[in-house]
Design a protein around this ligand. Sequence first.
Ligand code: TMP
Ligand code: ZN
Length: 422
Amino acid sequence: MGASGGGVRKVVDCRVCGGTDWQEVVSFGPVPLANGFLDPTDSYDGEPYYPLGVISCRSCRLLSVTHIVDPEILYRDYPYVTSDSDTITRHMRYVADTCRERFGLSPGSFVVEVGSNTGSQLMPFQDAGMRVLGVDPARNLARVAAERGVETLPDFFSAETASAIARGHGRARLILARHVFAHIDHVAGVVQGVRGLLSEEGVFAVEVPYLLDLFGQNAFDTIYHEHLSYFSVGTLVSLFERHGMRLFDVERLAVHGGSILVFVQRDDGPWPVRPAVGELLELERRAELDGDAVYRDFALNVDRVRDELPALVRRLAAEGKRIAGYGASAKGNTILNVCGFRPGELEFCSDTTSLKQGKVLPGTHVPVCSPEYAKAHAPDYYLLLAWNYSDEILRKEAGFLSGGGRFIRPIPKPVVVSADAL
Ligand code: TMP
Ligand code: ZN
């Protein structure tokens, strides 16, 4: 293990309700950053590790990470490029179509995206003649977005940036925040900023991993330092209420292992509250998210994978099987590091992202290679670290499977997938 990093602080007050009565849920000890890909070197002694775990606020049931790493460390140079996988491309098209049709957007409407990455989600709006503005602190990505023709402010979204945007561009009909809200510590400031930037009929569309899916799928690999909050609909409703906003609709989606897309407006906004909100609140009530037991059960399920997965991989290795990783996702790094995998246990990790190829994974230092290299050096087993793209990947790798290759799907519990399972 490398150095324990500076730039980290322990969570004391709940970022949603201010409460301080926390239930401890899981604690993984010191873990390197999930997107902390490294250049290969002889020694990784300086690699920063930070404590990782989650706790649940007994007042509002926000599930929060235990320690917050300085966002300047996490995001200024960020290797995560919004996936151009079929799954995500289709999903972004769906989000754009849904918002356009439901909320009466038309050419000239102003659309802002928080955490806009390389601009892919804004492009369909821009193509339909709308004015768009991305906001993303990753300077490397904001540059790429600008080169692709999507105007992007290379900064963190805050109440201050929101009012500067309103002054310069006017109010927004739609503010998008896909898989970024869970990354934000100062949620109150961001929600206030959003409220000030939205027009009267404006909509804030937020997509986050869903707490019920985290538990239902045992998707503990979404737990990493970037994800500060794990939300239920109930917690989001109370968060927005505190800041003069109303959550009026919600959809469950399969992306990223199970997410919710919630639609929020100012509390004087025109959109009627849809039945889906009450239905999910009822589901959450029945799941007893307000009691301690469900969080204890989750911790037991996580421990089971932490025991079984390394045992399975080590048994196969002892039988002489060659094992590699498939998909160098941030989630995958949580799995490897939280399960205690060591350097050398995976021969390589295949990934389509050119920014990651040639680097090594944080913690385990497994070399990341291109799919072409992987194909030429196909192992006996792939550990499916990008399990959230399971269908797409198994389809794509039908040849590997029919040639006798196998996948290990780690979550919800480790299983081996071979051609006859298709
Ligand atoms: P994500 O879950 O954060 O989108 O990360 C998925 C990672 O998996 C990303 O680095 C791209 C990679 N990947 C592949 O290597 N092959 C694939 O077929 C897919 C869908 C993803
Ligand atoms: Zn709370």
